[in-house]
Design a protein around this ligand. Structure first.
Ligand SMILES: Nc1ncnc2c1ncn2[C@@H]1O[C@H](COP(=O)(O)OP(=O)(O)O)[C@@H](O)[C@H]1O
Ligand SMILES: [Mg+2]
Length: 243
């Protein structure tokens, strides 16, 4: 059974008197443990699709199943990281990361889990800092830590690294790959950057603008991947042609 099943999903929005169709008849599956990138131009509906998967929005029609059943936000199977870090400005790094664990575990276990995640994301020395002091890259690391510490089965990443410089982005992507290999979770990473998708993904889904057609690419290259390699360039040119 797939972890995620999206069956004939449509999403329409009403703006003024106009009904706009953002997603039309999307069907796709994601298996447990996969690292999938969803690519597409701005406005094609990538964020809308993630919001539907996370349960923040309901589809106009069609069905989204997680582990075979309709997802309910309270079961914490899914967690999402947004384009902006959205940290709580009044809480320290450590308090931000522990926020979602409060009430579910005792204080000692929360401390242990948070310290482990701080360490895995290279944040230990910033744990008592307030968010306003953090660079964009560090703030997004905290946002990723806050999502992962709750041990979601499915992590949704909505272009969280798009505002970062290329060196900072590369280092976060490398750490994310290490985490994905060592912990048992599934990722759907949204980006409009083809290189970023090929650096990360096992499977790439291109979502087309307007008609919501989807095209799938297997990215079976060994990690770590180099944009200079022939297979990287070949896959990139195939993906760009599909837009
Ligand atoms: N809540 C909403 N109400 C009305 N229109 C929306 C809403 N959310 C998204 N849209 C529209 O849906 C389209 C796709 O948006 P989005 O999913 O954010 O695209 P992407 O993430 O691919 O850039 C855009 O035209 C956007 O204006
Ligand atoms: Mg978006």
């Amino acid at each position: 059974m797939s972890l995620l099943e999206i069956n004939n999903v449509c999403k329409h929005f009403k703006i003024g008197n106009e009904l706009i169709s953002v997603l039309e008849d999307i069907t796709l599956t994601v298996d447990k443990g996969e690292l999938v990138c969803l690519l597409g131009v701005s406005g094609c509906g990538k964020t809308t699709l993630l919001r539907l998967i996370s349960g923040l929005e309901n589809p106009t029609s069609g069905q989204i199943l997680i582990n075979g059943s309709k997802y309910k936000i309270k079961n914490k199977t899914v967690n999402m990281v947004f384009q902006e870090p959205r940290l709580f400005p009044w809480l320290s790094v450590k308090e931000n990361i522990s926020f979602g664990l409060k009430g579910n575990y005792d204080a000692e276990l929360i401390n242990y889990k948070v310290d482990e995640m701080l360490n895995k994301l290279g944040l230990s020395s910033y744990k008592n800092e307030m968010p306003y002091k953090l660079s964009g890259g560090l703030a997004q690391r905290v946002a990723v830590a806050r999502a992962l510490v709750t041990e979601p089965e499915l992590l949704l990443l909505d272009e969280p690294f798009s505002a970062l410089d290329s060196i900072t982005k590369k280092s976060i992507i490398e750490d994310l790959l290490i985490l994905w290999k060592s912990l048992d979770f599934t990722i759907i990473h949204v980006t409009h950057n083809v290189d970023e998708a090929i650096m990360l993904a096992q499977k790439i889904i291109v979502l087309k603008y307007r008609n919501s057609d989807t095209e799938f690419f297997d990215a079976n290259l060994a990690y770590p991947r180099s944009p200079e390699s022939d297979c990287f360039k070949e896959l990139k040119s195939k993906i760009i042609k599909s837009y």
